[in-house]
Design a protein around this ligand. Sequence first.
Ligand SMILES: [Zn+2]
Length: 170
Amino acid sequence: MARGEFKVSVTKDHIVFASAHFITFPGHRCETLHGHNYRTRVAVEGGLDPETAYVIDFAELKQLMKRLVDEIDHRVLLPLQNAKLQIKEAGDFVTVAYEGAPRYMFPKRDCALLPIPNTTVEMLAQYLCGRARAELLRAAGEGNALDITTIEVEVEENFGQSATYRESLK
Ligand SMILES: [Zn+2]
């Protein structure tokens, strides 16, 4: 039998996050704080589990993505690797300066401090994909017979405007 691969994907009304952000542009331009109702889609490619004849249990994939989006839902998304932003934790607060000028102060519990250079949908997709990959590999390490070759995450910030990041696991 020819060796093919399957692709399964999940996009659901509850795998979303409503978060605030702003991005920095080239030069001295920086957006003001605003929010999006972000939607996500995750797709996994691979071979079938011989026992169950599925690539991955949909329930497992949905629960995994739900956990990851819940971590950043209803928060201010802040990119720790942005050279123009100075993001500092001070007690229960996070202060944000842009090119040295103080701009915002948020309660720490309302922030998601992310290891990315800008909170573009590209970087959010890459971040979520990396997290999903780590979780899937951890599950595989715990005796889960997964044969996953590729994982792909799409993040949409408003209708028809999205980025997809795709990563090979092998
Ligand atoms: Zn935006």
